[in-house]
Design a protein around this ligand. Structure first.
Ligand code: FES
Length: 251
């Protein structure tokens, strides 16, 4: 008989939280729900909130969200299994995502992902035995101008190489400080999930750290404003002399 195929959907019925945990989560949930004109709109941040409690979407999570939002467990499950930011099984303290979308892939993302798998001894969506790192390949994170990009708990690590990525995960596993290339300092997955649920980031300097566009992102804007000279764009294949395409030609 062939083995069962798991879709990662929690089975129902689910156990409830202990009374004290439930009361605390309900309190937080009320705060989240109050931000929206319709309570069902709060489902995405609520799923982050409960991930900050359990680390992934358990069947108790599904039950809780359904009850506080007056949805069916099927409706909550449909959303939780659609978005990749919601985990369906226990995972690591640090979610290391390597962008393997087209631009990052050709700029080295595929090589980084391959070498990290070998270095950590795990495959895609697997976690190291110490529970520190979950490795996954991710889609474009809108940071293509810093390709190849690695995300750790959704913080940016730009312009990576296989060597820099391996050193970074070694530091994470060893508990050494790791700083993203830009933006707020790194924190554990559950703390990140609570921030994504919309609760204040109270870490010192985290809000001031910003994380806005870097020089590479602003190059096009500067070109448009005439703040830098237009560069010549050379076609990838050799053309007869004198036919190089310039910005002016491209208009
Ligand atoms: S292709 Fe990797 S961030 Fe866009």
């Amino acid at each position: 008989m062939s083995g069962e195929v798991s879709l990662g959907i929690p089975e129902m019925p689910a156990p409830d939280y202990p009374a004290d945990v439930r009361a605390r989560l309900e309190n937080d949930a009320r705060e989240v729900i109050a931000r929206y004109p319709g309570s069902r709109s709060a489902l995405l941040p609520l799923l982050h909130l409960v991930q900050s409690e359990e680390g992934y979407v358990t069947r108790t999570v599904i039950r809780f969200c359904a009850e506080v939002l007056d949805l069916t467990t099927a409706e909550v499950t449909a959303v939780a299994t659609f978005y990749t930011m919601y985990r369906r099984k226990p995972s690591g303290e640090y979610q290391v995502g390597v962008c393997t979308n087209t631009l990052c892939a050709v700029m080295g993302g595929d090589a980084i992902f391959e070498e990290l798998q070998q270095h950590l001894g795990i495959g895609n969506d697997e976690t190291t035995a110490d529970g520190k790192v979950t490795l996954e390949h991710i889609e474009c994170n809108a940071a293509c101008d810093f390709a190849p990009v690695v995300m750790v708990n959704w913080e940016f690590f730009d312009n990576q190489t296989p060597e820099s990525a391996k050193a970074m995960v070694d530091d994470l596993i060893a508990g050494r400080e790791v700083r993203p290339t830009r933006g707020a300092p790194l924190c554990g997955y559950r703390q990140t999930a609570r921030i994504l649920a919309g609760f204040p980031d109270e870490r010192e300097g985290a809000v001031e750290a910003g994380g806005g566009a870097g020089p590479a992102s602003l190059a096009g804007l500067k070109l448009h404003r005439g703040e830098v000279a237009a560069a010549r764009v050379v076609p990838p294949r050799a053309e007869p002399a004198g036919t190089d395409v310039t910005e002016e030609d491209g208009e």
